[in-house]
Structures are given as C-alpha cells and as structure tokens.
Design a protein. Structure first.
Length: 120
C-alpha cells in the first residue's frame, strides 16, 4: 500500500505451523515488519514448547528489528474467544505465569537482559 503506518506482523504460533523456516519468514517480512507476536506452539509460555526460538531470534537480530515483542496467549475461560481459538485448556498455572515466565525467556533468548530493556 506504500503507507509507512501499514505493515506486517509475524506471529510465532502461526509461523510455527505455516512456514518451512521461521527465520526466513522474518527475513521476507523484514522490509515491512511492524510487530512480532511471540508465543509457543500451543499458545503457552514462550520457551516451553518447540518453536525454533534460536532461528527466530537470529533472524530478528539479522534484520535489525528493535520494536515490541508481544506475548499472545489465550485460555483461562475467555468463553467464545477461547472456543474460536480452539483453546480447550489453560496454557499455564496462571495468566501471570505466561507473562512473567515468558518475558524472562524472551529476554534470555533474545540476548537482552532486564537491565538493558527499555520497554518494561
């Protein structure tokens, strides 16, 4: 569309299912990449499943992405939203565990320490 406010989002849950190589998906999207959704293959805590995080973060660093990472997860009795996303069980003991444990993992896996983070 050619407008700077319009771009692409790469979602690790979907890329894990639909892409041959998650790093290549990031590289292809890079010229228009605006946002990243990070969650595990089951929409649970990042780092608790089998998403290729090393490949993902290598590509993120390679393309120079330095914007937000958002943990996208569902569950915990969200009614119609949970049903629409085909979530039939809780992905972690608490919603807070997804956020706090996920952020710890993402900081380690991305090479960012909590002290270096500017988006806390």
């Amino acid at each position: 569309m050619g407008h700077p406010a319009i771009g692409l989002l790469v979602d690790t849950f979907h890329a894990n299912i639909e892409e041959k190589a998650i790093g290549e998906a990031v590289r292809v999207a890079a010229p228009h990449l605006k946002h990243l959704h990070t969650c595990e293959n089951d929409r649970g805590i990042p780092g608790s499943g089998h998403v290729a995080w090393g490949e993902f973060f290598a590509a993120v660093h390679e393309v120079g992405y330095d914007r937000w990472l958002t943990i996208e997860s569902f569950g915990f009795s969200l009614g119609q939203l949970s049903a629409a996303a085909s979530i039939w069980r809780d992905m972690a003991p608490t919603p807070d565990a997804i956020a706090f444990e996920g952020v710890k993992f993402l900081r380690r896996a991305s090479g960012r320490s909590s002290a270096a983070s500017t988006h806390d």
